[in-house]
Design a protein around this ligand. Sequence first.
Ligand code: APR
Ligand code: PHB
Length: 395
Amino acid sequence: MRTQVAIIGAGPAGLLLGHLLHRRGIDTLILERHSRSYIERRIRAGVLEHDVAELFAAVGLGERMRREGLAHGGIHLRFAGQTVRIDFRSLVGRGILVYGQHELVKDLVRARLASGAPLWFEAEAVAVEGHCDGRPEVRVRRGDRIETVAAEVVAGCDGFHGIARAAVPSSLRREYQKQYPYAWLGILARAAPASDELIYACHERGFALLSMRSPTLSRLYIQVPPGTDLAAWPDERVWEELELRLSAPGFRLERGEVVQKDLTRMRSFVVEPMRWGRLVLAGDAAHIVPPTGAKGLNLAVADVTHLARALFAFFEEGREEGLEAYSRLCLERVWKVQHFSWWMTQMLHRAPDASPFDHRRQLGELAALSASRAAQAWLAENYTGLPLDVSGIVD
Ligand code: APR
Ligand code: PHB
């Protein structure tokens, strides 16, 4: 099998890249190790930055997103018995769209299959070779057979646990990471969201977040120690903890059937560079952010816009400068977003080793933010998303 771009991974990064390249007539093959139903059911965050939602709509992926997505003009910060609304629209003139990542994945898969371009499920990339001398190949396991896919470029969109990153020689690869001393226990519940916008709560018992997927489906999280056993958290205990941490005058949490319960690890990670020869990395394969602020998917989309533009120039004009600049262009945004995600995380969570000074300082930070329109504007600018350059991608 031969293709122009072999894309490893059918997450948001790989599927969007495939979509954008297919629109320009560039051949792609997407390889995904799991089944279609597995990737379409995987519950992840659900906040689209303003420009990211606009991009999806502009490239023909916005029909259901526009209909079912929930447009939000702000978020609430809850701490020390008070609730402060960060009014995105008045601060920066734009908002966010709450739309589950797995819904977006379903839209992307449907568009891909309708286009007739190849997407192989249950096809696991086991090795990437030849990318240093311009003739990359991917070895793919399908059932009990190993096939070889020859490509001009390989895009490693295979997430944090993929194989592509390791194909950048370790002597040239620099990895930066930070582990946080907490995790998120998340539930998806058949319950009307108790607020029409997200609530981020900093409580002495730990962080809590109220989010949602639809007018009848709530997504809620509490900070727990890493390695927490979900069996120790029956539904009743989760609801009680949520009620304590989210409590505020006049606020009542709606309970409902818990349809999913999961644990999310908290990590910051970046690999540099994001390209080596004809192998490029995008999305979680290259960087992870902690979930506070929901930047993972949005950052993956930003990578893909740079990558698509670089590949258009490569295949249409034979120019390699875009590919050479790819890593630098992505990393400029990656580190800004790393900072923002870390900042939101440390401001809102209770570290197990925090001193009384740390707690008071944290409340001081929240009070300062609440009192400063300039500080809120910075939060709003980052939360709703740094500008996304879609030139050359959206006609
Ligand atoms: N071969 C084929 N597919 C693979 C392999 C492999 N060796 N390794 C991983 N994959 C697939 C995974 O099964 C997954 O479907 O690659 C895909 C990677 O998708 P994501 O993990 O969703 O990563 P990405 O597309 O970069 O999306 C970034 O989505 O995952 C969230 O937290 C993440 O929100 C962020 C955003
Ligand atoms: C979610 O809805 O899953 C979500 C929302 C906001 C976050 C993280 C996750 O910061």
